[in-house]
Every structure is written in C-alpha cells, then in structure tokens.
Design a protein around this ligand. Structure first.
Ligand code: HEC
Ligand code: HEC
Length: 258
C-alpha cells in the first residue's frame, strides 16, 4: 500500500513539475500540444487543408450580390482595405443593438444588408468560408478583445457560462477541463486551454473546417450535455469570453487540430 501511494505521489509531482515548466506562460495556444507533423501541416499553406475553405471564402468575398455589389466593392480586392487589427477585436459591441456581435454574425448581416443576398445560416459552409477568409487576413495578429466599458456585463455573463454553468450527467463546466487540467491526458488527447485563436480551423477528426460554435457543441457532446443553438445569445457570450481569455495569442486561422 505504502509503495503504491509513494509511486502515485511521485507521478503527481513529476506531472506537476512538467506542467510548471511547459506551461509557464499564462495563455497558450492548442498549437503547442500538436504533434510535429500536425504543426507542419498547419504551417504550410500547401499542406493545410483549411486553406481550401479560405480560398472558397475569397471567391464568395468577390462574388457579386443581388444588388450588384460585392464585399470587394467596399473593402477592396482580396479585402486589402480591411484592418487586421480590427478583425482581431471581435466580438465587438454592435452600435445598433448595444450588444456584442461575433465576426461571423457581422459577416452574415453584411451578406444580406449590403449585398442583398438571401440570409446565410450560422455555421453553414458559406458563412464559415467567409469568416475563415476574413480571419485569415488577420493571421499573426494578436487577439485583442475589449472587455471594459459597456462590454463588462457581457464579459461577466460569458465568464459565468464558461466557469459556472455546469451541465449534463457529468455535471461539468468548460472550466472543469480547460482551466483545471490543461496538460492532462484525456483518452488519446492532451487537454489544452480550449483557446479559440485558430478558428475556423480544420479538424482532422471531422475531415472538415469547423467554427468555434461547432467546437463548443462538440465539447458539450463530449460531456454528454446539450449545447446552445448556433448564433444564440449564450454562444455569443461564450465566444466573447473565450476570445478575450485568449487575448495576447496570435490568430492562427486556419489552424489544424485533431
Ligand atoms: C456598402 C459597403 C459595404 C459592403 C458591400 C460590405 N461592407 Fe463590410 N463594412 C462596411 C463598413 C462601412 C464597415 C465599418 C462599419 C461597421 O462596422 O459597420 C464594414 C465593416 C466590416 C468588417 C469589420 C471590420 C471593420 O473594419 O469594422 C468586416 C469583417 C466586414 N465589413 C466584412 C464584409 C464582408 C465579408 C462583406 C461581404 C459579405 C462586406 N463586409 C460587405 C461596408 C461594407
Ligand atoms: C470533459 C472535458 C472537457 C470539457 C468539460 C470541455 N472540453 Fe473543450 N476540449 C476537450 C478536449 C479533450 C479537447 C481536445 C484537446 C484540446 O485542445 O484540449 C477540447 C478542445 C476544445 C477546443 C479547441 C481548442 C483548440 O486549440 O482548437 C475548444 C475551443 C473547446 N474545447 C472549448 C470548450 C468549451 C467552450 C467548453 C464548455 C462548453 C468545453 N470545451 C468543455 C475537453 C473538454
């Protein structure tokens, strides 16, 4: 018994030391934990399968809408007039509604309001492609979500959903895994902080590009709980909190993850 306890204690101390050395920085990207071959896939635009979605988004960005305009009419060829620094601040406070709005929702709104097109469904492949294209323009920019002023109450609500809203048979919150156990092995995977800086990203397990709200629901499924509808208030608040929690990380869109 004594020997067994000593071994367990030893393993715990070793794990604690490893965690301390590997995760000394406050925030780290899921990229840190990838296998070398997956890192190489993400880093090389020819190998990165998410780039096909970015290219598709580029075509949609240049496509002429029902009213004769395209995104390029106002934002320049290839979006060259869009400011990557502004893209890195999403979700932002929407001046009309005085509520936070995600980048994808902003794009969906412009698709109908500025191009006169039929609405895109949240997390549909076209909406994701446009978002991936726009976020890719800001690749390498530092995530910089504003959480002060009018954003304070929304940030606090998002934080509550992330840290305290326990759900499912396992009675877990996002923080139960991503705040308490980063670095821990869970079945075949190593737990990261669940950062959102790589989205929309290519998930090898799915063989396609997924948005952050799809990934949130995949995690809910994982601990056998019901997620929130795409584009819902809860998901907007969660995304706001998650992106802000990753302030200081570099945007990696399109990242590659298992
Ligand atoms: C008629 C001109 C017009 C068209 C067409 C247009 N936009 Fe915009 N867009 C704007 C203006 C003006 C802003 C800045 C003010 C705001 O936030 O609404 C903006 C803001 C943005 C932003 C946020 C970055 C920033 O600098 O505020 C993104 C991203 C964006 N547009 C993407 C798109 C996409 C994608 C399309 C095509 C579906 C599109 N826009 C079509 C005028 C346009
Ligand atoms: C039972 C543990 C568990 C819980 C609870 C959990 N997740 Fe995860 N999550 C994982 C695992 C395992 C992965 C895949 C490995 C990794 O990146 O951590 C993951 C990955 C992620 C990723 C992708 C990170 C990246 O770099 O691509 C995001 C985002 C995420 N989770 C968000 C959430 C959110 C939001 C919640 C709460 C609704 C949540 N997770 C709850 C286990 C969990």
């Amino acid at each position: 018994m004594k020997l067994k306890a000593t071994i367990i204690w030893g393993v715990c101390m070793l794990t604690a030391q490893l965690s301390a050395s590997v995760f000394s920085a406050d925030v780290f990207s899921g990229y840190t934990l990838l296998k070398q071959e997956t890192k190489e896939m993400q880093d090389d635009d020819f190998l990165n399968q998410g780039m096909a979605t970015v290219e598709k988004g580029g075509k949609l960005f240049a496509s002429i809408g029902k009213n004769g305009k395209s995104c390029e009419t106002c934002h320049g060829q290839g979006g060259k007039k869009l400011d990557p620094k502004v893209i890195a601040t999403y979700p932002v406070l929407n001046s009309k509604t005085q509520r936070p709005i995600t980048l994808q929702q902003h794009i969906i709104n412009e698709w109908t309001e500025n191009l006169g097109n039929a609405p895109l469904k949240y997390e549909s492949s076209d909406a994701l492609a446009l978002e991936a294209f726009v976020r890719n323009l800001a690749r390498g920019q530092v995530v910089n979500v504003q959480t002060g002023g009018k954003m304070v109450p929304f940030f606090e609500q998002g934080k509550k959903l992330y840290e305290e809203a326990r759900a499912g048979q396992l009675d877990m919150a996002c923080a139960s895994c991503h705040n308490l156990y980063p670095g821990l092995k869970l079945r075949a995977q190593v737990l990261s902080q669940g950062q959102s800086n790589g989205f929309p990203l290519y998930r090898l397990a799915d063989g396609k590009v997924v948005g952050v709200q799809t990934r949130i629901n995949q995690c809910f499924d994982q601990f056998r709980a019901e997620g929130y509808p795409f584009g819902s208030e809860e998901n907007t608040l969660l995304e706001l909190y998650m992106n802000a929690r990753g302030n200081g990380l570099k945007i990696e869109t399109p990242a590659v993850r298992f």
